[in-house]
Design a protein around this ligand. Structure first.
Ligand SMILES: NC(=O)c1ccc[n+]([C@@H]2O[C@H](COP(=O)([O-])OP(=O)(O)OC[C@H]3O[C@@H](n4cnc5c(N)ncnc54)[C@H](OP(=O)(O)O)[C@@H]3O)[C@@H](O)[C@H]2O)c1
Length: 210
């Protein structure tokens, strides 16, 4: 598949690009600064631009089979995810691309959830006291949920670096027992979701199992 990656230079985006290439996909990376891709730039198609720009996204998604996002705000871009989602849904609709998989947070709630009492309390605390960057996640969810795309938003707890473990724990509506995710495992799960066409129009919880 020809897969667009947003956030390809990030800590999750890098292992995600490697995983997609390892599986034989063609990767198109949106980057603000191609230098930050390093040697990977020679193995992917590079498009320079900003994820909030409709014009950049139109160039990016034309001819793609799917879009995946490991975007994260690197400065105080409190509405990065919502602004990107709004621009991306429009660009994907114009280009006729339907499949989107992105990374969200375990603190957001969606209809049908069966979170434990402790997970519900943590979510409530996050939504009440967190800053604008965290509040961007439920707003992003609403944009994809209202679209006609085949979207998946992967809800993760704390991300950590390290080698892939292969211990992938995921549920549609129930919180994971583990409270952390190795970014390389998240990359493998996002690639699985793309390859298997799973969790369409759902927001599964995902973690690295203990
Ligand atoms: N940290 C946690 O514990 C945690 C928990 C749950 C969920 N998450 C979510 O996981 C996701 C990935 O996190 P991460 O730590 O892997 O991210 P990260 O290392 O901070 O990488 C962020 C990526 O987004 C890119 N980016 C930011 N603004 C952009 C823009 N306007 N246009 C194009 N690219 C842009 C950055 O590009 P540049 O190289 O140009 O800066 C970089 O590639 C985020 O959505 C985060 O909220 C994190």
């Amino acid at each position: 598949m020809r897969i667009v990656v947003l956030g390809a230079t990030g800590r999750t985006g890098r292992p995600l690009v490697e995983e997609l290439l390892r599986r034989g996909h063609t990767v198109v990376a949106l980057v603000r600064d191609p230098v930050r891709l390093g040697d990977v730039a020679q193995r992917v198609d590079v498009v320079r631009g900003d994820s909030r720009s409709a014009a950049d996204l139109d160039r990016l998604v034309t001819g793609a089979d799917a879009v995946v996002s490991a975007l994260g705000p690197t400065v105080k871009e409190a509405s990065l995810h919502t602004d990107t989602a709004t621009a991306l849904v429009g660009a994907m609709q114009r280009a006729g691309v339907r499949r989107f998989v992105g990374v969200s947070g375990a603190g957001i709630d969606v209809p049908g959830d069966q979170k434990s009492l402790s997970a519900r309390m943590i979510s409530k605390a996050i939504q009440t006291f967190a800053g604008d960057v965290i509040k961007d996640k439920p707003a992003e969810y609403e944009v994809y949920a209202a679209s006609n795309l085949d979207w998946t938003l992967v809800r993760t707890p704390r991300l950590v670096d390290g080698a892939a473990t292969g211990r992938l724990e995921h549920f549609a509506h129930r919180s994971t027992r583990s409270t952390q995710v190795v970014r390389a495992d998240l990359a493998a799960f996002v690639a699985d979701v793309i390859d298997q066409g799973s969790y369409v129009r759902q927001a599964p919880f995902f973690a690295t199992a203990k």
